[in-house]
Design a protein around this ligand. Structure first.
Ligand SMILES: [Fe+2]
Ligand SMILES: [Fe+2]
Length: 382
């Protein structure tokens, strides 16, 4: 795909007015369980550099940290744990005020697609949501694997190529652990969510190497870090809890890699170039919000997609603090990069419209990776 086509898709296809367009969202649902692969055209050139000096101290420090924080999914996790998925789903629901409010909302609202559901149906829903969530984590991790390999090829700085190569290994490990968990502990796979696939395709197709960082390290991984943290807090299952602790240790480094690298790039950009990055960030944010409508799960239960999306979008904010919380890493990182307030606060206005601006002063991830290094803490405790 050529650059002008990519830019047209990013800027024109998803205008702010289309953000809550039910037809747009409901029309995209992946039910292709038989697909074995997906072809995604890659944009951009591979860059060699002959400047081998490591000039960027924060990236050198991050690279050193990555080299000593590798872990082995085969030996560092106890895969002998038996998982009773219905029990886990019931415990998660009991501990999750949001889930309880969703049930209450469904019971009291005759227009809800879940109105009249039995307790067992809600447990089945919890099981399917877990299958779906872990499947999307696995697919998203493969997206990170591919995008980070793209960064190794396309970033012109040697210290960034070094660091990105460690992330490729991290992401392979993440795909592996989620795939193994799904295969051996859960009860089914879901295909990649269509909104997530579109976002990954956009990131891979873009010819500008910094867009890979913005799309993957800041947006997708920032959301993943928040989502993993939420699930880590909720789950009572010890294998998943430790797996998520370790994956989050790596992810915090990955987001830091994006923040540290892009700061330097954005400081040199024109206002017009920054505005394109704001639009890219906003489109990514909407696609990720759309992804969490979990349409494939509702399809599984035979629920009409439009009815579901309509209900999802009109839920009172009190019933859905989870969706905005997914932006708790993205918004402060965008602020640190100067993306929130450039171009007369264009991105600030958009994040306000989707209810995510309240996180702007939360901790950014530029330094947070040292606090989240659970692998080192476990090693020091032995
Ligand atoms: Fe990852
Ligand atoms: Fe990552």
């Amino acid at each position: 795909m050529t650059e002008p086509e990519v830019q047209k898709r990013l800027i024109d296809v998803l205008t702010p007015e289309q953000v809550n367009d039910i037809e747009r969202i409901a029309a995209i649902c992946n039910t292709d369980y038989d697909a074995t692969d997906h072809v995604s055209p890659t944009g951009g050139d591979t860059i060699f550099t002959w400047d081998y000096d490591q000039k960027r101290a924060p990236l050198v420090k991050l690279y050193e940290k990555a080299k000593t924080s590798q872990w082995n999914s085969t030996t560092d996790l106890d895969w002998s744990v038996e998982v009773d998925q219905e029990k886990v789903a019931a415990e998660n629901a009991a501990a999750n005020i949001q889930a309880q409010m969703m049930r209450e909302g469904a019971r009291n609202d005759a227009s809800s697609p879940l109105h009249g559901w039995s307790e067992q149906q809600f447990i089945d829903l919890g099981v399917q949501m877990q299958n779906w969530t872990l499947s999307q984590f696995m697919h998203g991790e493969q997206g990170a694997l591919v995008c980070t390999a793209k960064i190794v090829e396309q970033v012109p700085w040697i210290d960034a190529k070094y660091y990105a190569s460690t992330q490729v290994m991290d992401e392979a490990r993440h795909v592996e652990v989620f795939a193994r968990y799904l295969d051996t502990k859960l009860s089914g796979h879901y295909p990649i969510n269509a909104h997530l696939q579109m976002l990954l395709d956009d990131i891979i197709a873009d010819t500008r190497w910094d867009m890979t960082y913005l799309g993957m390290q800041i947006m997708v991984e920032g959301l993943a870090l928040a989502a993993f943290g939420f699930l880590h807090m909720m789950t009572t299952e010890p294998l998943l809890k430790k797996l998520l602790r370790y994956v989050m240790s790596d992810e915090a480094r990955h987001v830091a890699f994006g923040v540290l690298s892009l700061k330097e790039v954005y400081d040199e950009m024109t206002a017009a170039e920054i505005r394109e990055r704001q639009e890219f960030a906003f489109e990514a944010a909407v696609r990720m919000r759309d992804r969490f409508m979990q349409q494939e799960v509702w399809e599984h239960f035979g629920i009409d997609q439009k009815e579901l999306v309509r209900w999802f979008l009109k839920r009172p904010p009190a019933q859905d603090q989870f969706t905005p919380m997914l932006f708790s890493k993205i918004v402060p990182n965008c602020k640190k990069l100067g993306l929130l307030d450039a171009a007369d606060g264009w991105l600030r206005d958009r994040f306000t419209e989707i209810g995510a601006i309240q996180f702007e002063d939360w901790t950014d991830t530029g330094e947070e990776y040292e606090m989240l290094d659970e692998v080192s803490k476990d090693r020091a405790a032995v």
